[in-house]
Structures are given as C-alpha cells and as structure tokens.
Design a protein around this ligand. Structure first.
Ligand SMILES: Cc1cc2nc3c(=O)[nH]c(=O)nc-3n(C[C@H](O)[C@H](O)[C@H](O)COP(=O)(O)OP(=O)(O)OC[C@H]3O[C@@H](n4cnc5c(N)ncnc54)[C@H](O)[C@@H]3O)c2cc1C
Length: 259
C-alpha cells in the first residue's frame, strides 16, 4: 500500500539543538495544536527517495500537549536508519508524524508520589508530565500537586543536555519537583560537582531521602534496557507492587535482538 498522507501530520523542523555529536533536541511545528497524554510517544520520521512509505520510529514527546510546537530529545545511533537521516536535516525540513500519539507510559493517577528514572533521552516523558502538571495547577484544573522525584543519568554532564538546566531551575520554582542529575564517568568531566554514579545505583539513596510513602508511590523507568532491568529489581526489592512499576524501553540491545 502507498503512502496515505491523511494518516499523518506534516511537521516543519524549526531547529535542532546539538549537545554533542550524537545528542540533540529537535523542535518541530505542526499546522494545528497537537493533543496527547503527557508521557506518550509519537511515531515520527521522514520520507526518503528510496521508499514509498515514510521511515518512522517512536519518540517520546518532551513538550506539554495542546500546542503546535513539539519537542523530541533524540540520540543518534551508529548506522541507525532514521537517526542518520535526521542528522542530515536543516531547519525548514519536513518531517512526518502519525496523527495519533499513543502509549501507556503516562502518570499513574492511583498514586500521588512518583519516582522517575531516566537514562539520557529517557527524561523526555517526565518533562512533559511535569510541564503538564504545572499548567494544570496554574489553570486551576488541579488543586493538589502530585510529587515528582526525577533521577536523570548520563555518562557525562553535557549528555544531560539543556534538560539539566531546565529541570534544575524548574525544581527551584515549585515545591513538588526534585531533580537529581547524575554522571557515571566523572573522571571525564572534571568540573562536575553533582551526584556521581549510574542512575540505578543512586535510586535507593534519593528515594529514602524523599521519604515517599511506598503505598502511595509509583515508579517509572525510561531509556536504556539495562538500566530498566536493574532499576526494576531495586523497586521490587524496596517493596513496590508490580502494578506501580512502569517502564518504557527505548530499544533492545543489538546482541539480544539478533539472538
Ligand atoms: C516507545 C519508544 C519511545 C522512544 N523514544 C525515544 C526518544 O525519545 N529518543 C530517542 O533517542 N529514542 C527513542 N526511542 C528509540 C527510537 O525509536 C529508535 O529506536 C532510535 O532512534 C534508533 O532509530 P534508527 O532508525 O536510527 O536506528 P535502527 O536502524 O532502527 O536501529 C538499529 C539498532 O540500534 C539499536 N538502538 C536503537 N536505539 C539505540 C540507542 N539509543 N542506543 C543504542 N542502540 C540503539 C537497536 O538495537 C536497533 O536494532 C524510543 C523507542 C520506543 C520503543
């Protein structure tokens, strides 16, 4: 079957902000405001000369819903089919996105405390959720805030991108958000004075410090599959019930995928 444009929204790339050779924020604009539930992912891509259908991959939306502007935090994968294309695009380029933004990695409304763990680009859905709560509080659509503890890991601090500054200042303006960035290769990052270690290794300490009641806490893990497996084991050992532990795995490791 050929390409049916009625199933897709046409987006314009407004800008790409590079944090390193292989990490960037893509800001795109749709013709109409786009709605979704914070935490969900879009199916986004490009049309290539070789293929009839667009080349698409899922990407979590990092921006809040209800505007024309969408933001994605994307890692370039070596020899990756789509990301190689994305890194060749200039501002003004056209991207395509499936009309429906979907996914179940959204705020667990049964709990009021949320510990959210991410590797690098996996912080996107948490930012969307936090921004949406801020807007709901400001508009009076929510009266009591949910509490969020976001733990964000990377090998080096610059891989946390602009999200580190944005979430740090966000956490200083509200009393319901704590943000802990952590770096696992501080010896390659001599100016880094923050938390050290892999994100899964600092969960226990920060969860204890936050004092979240376990019977009212949901846990989220997003990004690298190895981190997710380890973090989930920690949450289970802490005593969180399975139904309050949520995950969004961004990929299967190549060796596992071909096994
Ligand atoms: C629900 C969901 C949401 C996602 N959200 C994001 C997001 O917000 N940001 C983002 O950057 N990615 C996200 N991803 C991953 C994204 O969909 C693509 O898999 C990734 O961009 C690679 O696409 P590609 O076509 O360039 O590579 P492909 O040619 O499709 O990939 C080649 C191989 O690389 C491996 N691979 C894929 N991603 C990575 C990675 N990050 N590190 C190491 N190996 C990898 C896989 O094993 C894959 O088989 C998400 C995935 C899912 C399932």
């Amino acid at each position: 079957m050929g390409f049916d444009p009625s199933q897709y929204l046409e987006l314009t790339l407004v800008e790409r902000v590079d944090f390193s050779d292989d990490l960037a924020v893509f800001r795109v604009r749709a013709e109409q405001p786009v709605d979704f539930t914070p935490g969900q992912y879009a199916t986004l891509g490009v049309r290539t000369a070789e293929q009839d259908r667009p080349l698409l991959r899922p990407y979590s939306v990092a921006s809040a819903p209800g505007t024309r502007d969408l933001e994605f935090f994307i890692e370039r994968v070596e020899d990756g089919a789509l990301t190689s294309h994305l890194w060749s695009l200039d501002s003004g380029a056209t991207l395509w996105m499936r009309e429906r933004i979907v996914g179940r990695f959204v705020l667990d409304q049964d709990r009021r405390h949320h510990v959210m763990v991410a590797t690098v680009t996996g912080v996107g859905p948490y930012l969307s959720i936090a921004r949406a709560q801020q807007q709901a509080l400001a508009a009076g659509r929510r009266s009591t805030p949910h509490r969020f503890l976001i733990l964000h890991g990377a090998s080096r601090s610059w891989e946390l991108g602009t999200y580190r500054e944005r979430l740090t200042s966000f956490s200083q303006t509200v009393d319901w958000l704590d943000y802990i960035p952590t770096v696992s290769r501080p010896w390659e990052d001599s100016d880094w004075a923050g938390e050290r270690g892999r994100v899964e290794d600092v969960i226990r300490k920060h969860l204890d410090d936050a004092g979240f009641p376990l019977d009212d806490t949901a846990a989220y893990t997003c990004g690298h599959p190895k981190m997710i497996d380890k973090a989930q084991g920690i949450f289970q050992r802490v005593g969180l019930p399975e139904e309050s532990i949520h995950e969004e795995k961004y990929f299967v490791e190549r060796s596992e995928a071909s096994a």
